[in-house]
Design a protein around this ligand. Structure first.
Ligand SMILES: [Zn+2]
Length: 332
């Protein structure tokens, strides 16, 4: 089933700056079936798999990952939606939000039930789309951002939570997101800090170890590169920082006991071909109980946010450290 046809052709030019000067960066596999060769563009420092697995391969990988994870943190996704709504309400009392890669839609449900915002999603995994539509009654488009047609200028806010590292072409992806936003619309993007995560792959390689990636992270963005990508794409950056320094020493191999997860190292796609995700079971009662869950009381979420603002170190992009980076930007 999977062979060299599982990849797009190799590229000669960088996805972002169009330069042709690449150097080898690191080696990994995608579900063991697909060797990955990462290269780094010497001009803009974008790190990417070359060749890139095809959309069909990624769909098979996403499907397998969904089955492997079963129910994945539905309450925490709902909580994220409520937190987002609480932060959004004072900025803009109402509007239309698009969540890119919305999975089963629990984040969207959290937004909808805690704000006057309309919330829509786009998702590539069939089973997740069906769940979001039928069980949660949400508007979820099936496909990728690219396949959304005839709704240019519809959205006030686009959320891309850990998505841009998975796409097939980041420049086209941002162009499309910009097209879907209203003038002055906002965008939120989070993605791993590519400089640090890239070093994690490199450190492993130096120690004779190749990661078997289950998540399709095929682009790694050093903070300055991500910043330039948004600016070149017609956005004005309002905030940009990286946080979660706790991973840093480990990712650079500086801890005496360098740690990497081993539990995923034996998984391949073939093992998931005949499985389905019927294991994802949640009752209507459980879903309705989210609203009144004690951990999700509004004052608790506000306090948690306050504490986070106060104590979390947020590094500006001139420092390439931190595990996760976040950008808030406006469509110019
Ligand atoms: Zn480049």
């Amino acid at each position: 089933m999977f062979n060299s046809a599982g990849y797009n052709p190799s590229v000669e030019r960088c996805y972002f700056c169009n330069g042709s000067d690449f150097c080898p960066h690191s080696e990994a596999t995608y579900w063991l079936d697909f060797p990955l060769h990462f290269v780094e563009c010497r001009t803009c420092r974008l790190i990417f798999a070359n060749p890139m697995p095809s959309l069909q391969t990624i769909q098979a990988g996403n499907r397998a990952l969904n089955i492997h994870h079963r129910s994945r943190g539905t309450l925490s996704q709902y909580r994220g939606g409520k937190e987002f709504a609480l932060a959004l309400n004072p900025i803009a009392p109402a509007g239309i939000l698009l969540d890119v890669g919305c999975a089963e839609g629990f984040f969207l449900l959290g937004v909808k039930e805690n704000s006057p915002w309309q919330a829509e999603g786009v998702e590539i995994i069939d089973g997740a789309v069906e769940f979001a539509r039928k069980r949660l009654g949400l508007t979820v488009h099936h496909g990728t951002l690219d396949t959304l047609e005839n709704i240019a200028g519809r959205f006030d806010f686009i959320r891309m939570n850990n998505v841009i590292e998975h796409v097939q072409h980041p420049v086209r992806f941002l162009e499309k997101a910009r097209q879907l936003l209203k003038p002055g619309g906002r965008i939120y993007c989070s993605t791993p800090n590519g400089f640090q995560d890239g070093h994690f792959l490199k450190t492993a390689n130096r120690r004779g170890f190749k990661f078997n990636l289950l998540e399709n992270h095929f682009f790694y963005y050093p903070p300055q590169t991500l910043r330039h990508l948004f600016e070149a794409g017609g956005f004005k950056i309002i905030k940009h920082y990286a946080e979660d320094l706790s991973h840093t020493l480990n990712d650079f191999g500086l801890l005496p006991r360098f740690k990497y997860p081993r539990e995923n190292q034996t998984l391949n796609l073939a093992a998931f071909q005949n499985k389905s995700n019927e294991d994802f079971v949640i009752s209507d009662e459980e879903i309705h109980a989210f609203k009144n869950h004690p951990a999700l009381k509004t004052w608790k979420l506000r306090f948690h946010k306050f504490r986070k603002e106060l104590f979390n170190v947020k590094l500006p992009p001139v420092f390439p450290l931190g595990h996760q980076q976040e950008i808030y930007a406006l469509k110019l």
